[in-house]
Design a protein around this ligand. Structure first.
Ligand code: NI
Length: 137
């Protein structure tokens, strides 16, 4: 672990009250860890914006009875075989499936894959959770 550096922050007291209330609701025990997480979140955003190698998850829900839908979604995943590193399929009920794709690769490729999947007719929900490979944060 890198050495710790202390630094001071000047901040509007009303803004600090709001921040303390927010992090208390999120179960942080002190400001330092909350601020570190904010910085890390911002750095991860930059990795995505800079089209770096990133990791993440795509979660989608669809009705597998919709004609041709499962095949279409599988075709798209095969077209992005280098990006999709793992899939997890859950049968939610008789009609609905949930699929979680673990993805890793260039940010733009992952976003393109997400856009292709979510725009397929019959997909009820499709979200991208943006994470990091952890080298820079
Ligand atoms: Ni299923």
């Amino acid at each position: 672990m890198a050495k710790l550096t202390r630094f001071g922050i000047s901040i509007d007291s009303d803004l600090l009250k709001k921040f303390d209330s927010l992090i208390s609701n999120e179960n942080y025990s002190n400001r330092s860890e909350a601020i570190r997480d904010l910085i890390r979140d911002r750095l991860v955003e930059e990795e995505w914006a800079g089209n770096e190698i990133v990791a993440g998850a795509i979660l989608m829900v669809y009705n597998h009875h919709t004609r041709g839908l499962s095949g279409k979604l599988t075709d798209i995943q095969h077209d992005h075989g280098d990006t999709v590193i793992s899939t997890h399929h859950i049968h939610i009920d008789h009609h609905n499936c949930m699929e979680i794709l673990a993805v890793k690769g260039k940010a733009k490729e992952i976003v393109a894959l997400h856009n292709k999947l979510k725009s397929v007719k019959g997909v009820k929900h499709c979200e991208l959770s943006k994470a990091t490979v952890g080298k820079k944060v």
